[in-house]
Write a protein that binds this ligand. Structure first.
Ligand SMILES: [Zn+2]
Length: 348
C-alpha cells in the first residue's frame, strides 16, 4: 500500500483504522495490567479499610517468609491484613459489654474517636522495614485470651480447655467477685494468669509512665491476693505496637516496653489474630483465621478474647485445638520462665 498515492479520504480512513487498532491494544494492555495487580493483592482492598497498625506489615513479611512453599503467600498476606485494628474495635466492643464497670464505661466514646485517628496514623507511619522479635519453640501454640474474665464466656472456654487437656494464657482486666472465682478456677486448672491491666481505658492508662505502671501493678497486687501467685507476664492494651497511645503521650510505648521489663515483667504480643472481635463475623472465620496462619517454623501466639462478646472464639475453640493436634502442633501456656518472646514493632 502506497500511502502517498492514497486519496485524502483513503488517508483519513486509514488513520482512523490505525487509531482504533492502537486504542484497542492500549485497552488490552490496561486490562492485563489491572488483572495482574488484582491477582497479587487478592481482595486485600476489602480488608485494607480496617487495617491500621504498621506491625501488620511486619507479620505479613514474617509469615510470608515462614509459610510452607506450597502455601499461597498471597492468601497469607490477605488473611493477616487485619491484625491490630481489630483490637481497637475490640476495645470499643468490650467497653460496651462492660457497662457494669464504671471505670470502663467511658471508653467507647473516646476510643471510637481514637480508632479513626489510628487509621490515619498508620497511613503516615507505615514502614515495612521494621522488625519485631519472635523467639521460642517452633510449632508450639500459645492460646491467649484477652479482656476477661467474663461470667458467660470464660467458664465455657475453661471447660473446653479441660476437655482437650490444653493449657492457655489469660491476660485479664480488673474483675469482681464472680470474676475472681473464674480466675481462681483457671489458675487451679493450670492456666497462666497474665495482666492486661486494671483498666483498658487508653486515655487514662497511657497518660504517663506512672499511670501505666500503676494500672499494671495494681492488678498484679489484686491477682496475688486472689490466687496467691505474683503474675509477671503482661500484654499491653492495644499491643506494644499500638499507635492510639500517641494521642495521650507521644513516645510512651518506647519507654514502657523498657520500663515494664525493668520492673520485673515480660510482655507478650501475638502473631496470629483470630480477629474474633474485628472482621471475623462467624466462628468459622475465626477458625480459618487461626488455622490458616499456624506455622511449624515459629512459635504461634494466638490472640482471642474471652470478654462477654467472645462467642465466636468460644465456638471455634474446640475445632481449632483438634485441627492443631491432628497436625502435630503442641500447646503451651506462657510463663515468665519460658523462652517465648513475641514482640511487635513499637510505633510510638
Ligand atoms: Zn484488650
Amino acid at each position: 500500500m502506497n500511502f502517498k498515492k492514497m486519496s485524502l479520504r483513503g488517508k483519513i480512513v486509514s488513520a482512523i483504522i490505525i487509531a482504533v487498532i492502537v486504542a484497542i491494544l492500549v485497552n488490552i494492555g490496561v486490562v492485563v495490567y489491572k488483572n495482574t495487580v488484582k491477582a497479587t493483592t487478592t481482595s486485600v482492598s476489602a480488608e485494607e479499610n480496617i487495617v491500621s497498625e504498621d506491625k501488620n506489615e511486619f507479620w505479613n513479611v514474617d509469615i510470608a517468609n515462614s509459610v510452607d512453599e506450597n502455601q499461597n503467600k498471597v492468601d497469607d498476606k490477605v488473611e493477616n491484613k487485619t491484625i491490630e485494628e481489630n483490637t481497637s474495635k475490640n476495645e470499643n466492643t468490650e467497653s460496651q459489654s462492660k457497662t457494669s464497670d464504671n471505670k470502663e464505661s467511658e471508653i467507647s466514646k473516646k476510643d471510637s474517636n481514637s480508632s479513626s485517628s489510628k487509621t490515619s496514623d498508620s497511613k503516615s507511619t507505615n514502614n515495612k522495614e521494621k522488625t519485631a522479635a519472635t523467639e521460642g519453640k517452633k510449632g508450639t501454640i500459645y492460646l491467649t485470651f484477652d479482656d476477661g474474665p467474663s461470667t458467660n464466656i470464660t467458664p465455657k472456654i475453661l471447660d473446653i480447655l479441660k476437655e482437650q487437656n490444653v493449657k492457655a494464657t489469660f491476660f485479664i482486666l480488673n474483675y469482681n467477685s464472680e470474676g475472681e472465682k473464674i480466675i481462681k478456677r483457671a489458675y487451679q486448672e493450670g492456666h497462666s494468669i497474665g495482666i492486661h491491666g486494671y483498666s483498658h481505658k487508653y486515655s487514662e492508662i497511657y497518660q504517663t509512665e506512672n499511670t501505666y505502671m500503676n494500672n499494671l501493678n495494681s492488678l498484679q497486687e489484686k491477682i496475688e491476693k486472689s490466687i496467691g501467685f505474683k503474675s509477671r507476664i503482661t500484654r499491653f492494651p492495644g499491643g506494644s505496637s499500638n499507635t492510639i497511645s500517641k494521642k495521650y503521650n507521644v513516645g510512651i510505648m518506647s519507654k514502657l516496653v523498657k520500663k515494664v521489663e525493668a520492673n520485673g515483667y515480660k510482655y507478650y504480643d501475638w502473631n496470629i489474630d483470630s480477629n474474633d472481635a474485628g472482621s471475623a463475623k462467624t466462628s468459622a472465620k475465626v477458625y480459618s483465621n487461626v488455622t490458616k496462619n499456624l506455622s511449624k517454623k515459629r512459635p504461634n501466639v494466638v490472640l482471642m478474647h474471652d470478654f462477654s462478646n467472645g462467642k465466636k472464639s468460644l465456638n471455634a475453640l474446640r475445632d481449632i485445638i483438634k485441627y492443631a493436634k491432628s497436625n502435630g502442633y503442641v500447646f503451651e501456656k506462657i510463663t515468665y520462665e519460658g523462652d517465648l518472646v513475641a514482640h511487635h514493632n513499637v510505633n510510638n
